[in-house]
Design a protein around this ligand. Structure first.
Ligand SMILES: [Zn+2]
Length: 462
């Protein structure tokens, strides 16, 4: 998955940042950080018409049209959090604005508090509280100050998990058990040496390596599950504080925001070994960095199982995207295609509603094909309307169905237009309505049921 590189970029930058006591004037390391492109330039955006593409093939596969929407505070597909525009984080990183004392840094970050994930929000709350007492200390100095009180519960948890692992490995063969014991002793040393050199990820990798000889037995699964219970900086505030107490003040500030950054997720994972999701607009959807990096290149159905709140959050995001498409800021083909892609990748579970998309006839046809139910349009009608539709229901294949439906609509539009003036003229001399007129009226009702009181010009414009 392409987005895997983002956490790497960020980590690289965070890790490469110089310790606070060294030369802090050097901001070159940030200037060169290849974060996402600037989505600015409103004028440019207004002049682009994404609706001009007649066919999906005419739509640019680039992600830039989605990136331009970042600044509109999109919500995450998965967790539903309002995401931060990458450009804002990049600016903060480039200018080193967060190297200041905690009082000023808190003022800068306060407006993002609602965007933060729970652990980050907890840590920020602690920093905010401490900054009142120590306004002149920077974030790193504060974390160093409070590190000890947070390290105690962290170590207790870590050692407890090590104990559980050792107990659970009593039944496996003595050689493996010995290896596991040695690894644990090694890591305990790293924890206790005072510099927090224990790294959970490294431990879990080594641990899995030791167990890799064993087949997928229940014991192996159990052991790996236990190892994965070791606290991480993104799930445990103590682990966060201990880990980041050695990082520069601005890196700590940026880290509080970075997991809430808006990124592009590949709906079909970009893994050549399995699915090989393409780098194409029709496979991209906005998601926060945390959810993106957690999913890795696993199938979307798994993400959905882990986060059933996605059912609500994905629809909320889709509603926003449909709104942008209706306003010409995003391709309507994108909406149709991504709806279908999400449905496929979630094995039909996440069937997002895009009824509010103002589709052209051509698009409706395509949409009907995708829905595999071209006869039934996606709007509700009463029995009378259903009957009427039956009159126009074509006899054979899906394609002709959609086409006929389109033709019908076309006629409705034209008739509606021309009949307006006619009705005015005949108002003075009312006469018995002919069958044709009655039919026309019914058609008009059908049109209204579908488009409400919108005139043709309105539905066409978008
Ligand atoms: Zn998220």
């Amino acid at each position: 998955m392409n987005m895997k590189i983002l956490p790497l970029i960020l980590n690289m930058r965070l890790n490469s940042a110089q310790p606070i006591q060294q030369n802090r004037n050097d901001s070159v390391q940030y200037r060169t950080a290849p974060l996402l492109r600037s989505p600015e330039n409103d004028l440019f955006e207004r002049n682009i018409s994404f609706t001009s593409a007649d066919r999906p093939e005419d739509v640019s596969p680039s992600r830039s049209s989605l990136e331009k929407l970042y600044k509109h505070h999109l919500t995450c597909l998965c967790c539903g959090r309002e995401m931060i525009e990458p450009e804002e984080i990049r600016k903060l990183a480039n200018t080193g604005a967060l190297r200041c004392n905690s009082k000023e840094a808190v003022q800068i970050l306060e407006k993002y508090e609602g965007n933060m994930h729970s652990v980050e929000k907890e840590v920020f709350g602690i920093l905010k509280e401490k900054s009142k007492k120590y306004p002149d200390l920077n974030f790193q100095q504060i974390l160093t100050l409070i590190k000890d009180e947070h390290e105690k519960p962290l170590i207790a948890t870590q050692f407890g998990i090590f104990k559980m692992i050792e107990k659970a490995s009593e039944n496996i063969n003595p050689e493996l058990r010995k290896e596991i014991k040695e690894l644990i002793e090694e890591e305990k040393q790293l924890i206790m040496d005072g510099n927090n050199r224990f790294r959970r990820k490294r431990f879990v990798n080594k641990f899995e390596q030791i167990l890799s000889g064993r087949k997928n037995s229940a014991t192996r699964e159990h052991l790996i599950r236990l190892a994965n219970k070791l606290p991480t900086s993104y799930e445990d505030k103590n682990a966060f504080i201990v880990k980041y107490s050695t990082k520069p003040a601005d890196a700590i500030g940026i880290r509080l925001l970075s997991y809430s950054m808006c990124t592009i997720e590949h709906v079909r994972p970009k893994n050549p070994k399995t699915t090989n999701g393409e780098n194409h607009l029709f496979n991209y959807i906005p998601e926060c960095m945390r959810c993106n990096s957690f999913r890795q290149d696993r199938p979307m159905i798994q993400q959905l199982e882990e986060h059933p709140e996605m059912f609500f959050n994905a629809q909320r995001l889709m509603n926003r995207l449909v709104d942008f498409a209706n306003r010409g800021k995003l391709s309507k083909w994108y909406i149709v295609k991504i709806q279908d892609r999400v449905k496929q990748e979630s094995e039909g579970l996440l069937d997002l509603n895009i009824d509010s998309l103002n589709m052209s006839r051509k698009m409706r046809r395509e949409y009907a094909k995708l829905q595999e139910d071209p006869v039934e349009p996606k709007f509700t009608v009463d029995d009378e309307m259903a009957e009427l539709r039956a009159i126009y229901r074509p006899k054979t294949t899906a394609d002709t169905t959609a086409e006929t439906l389109d033709e019908t609509n076309n006629k409705i539009y034209n008739k509606k237009r021309t009949s307006k003036n006619k009705n005015k003229n005949t108002e003075d001399t009312p006469k018995k309505k002919t069958n044709k007129e009655l039919k026309r009226e019914q058609i008009k009702k059908l049109h209204q049921a579908k488009y409400g009181s919108k005139k043709r010009s309105e539905t066409k414009r978008r």
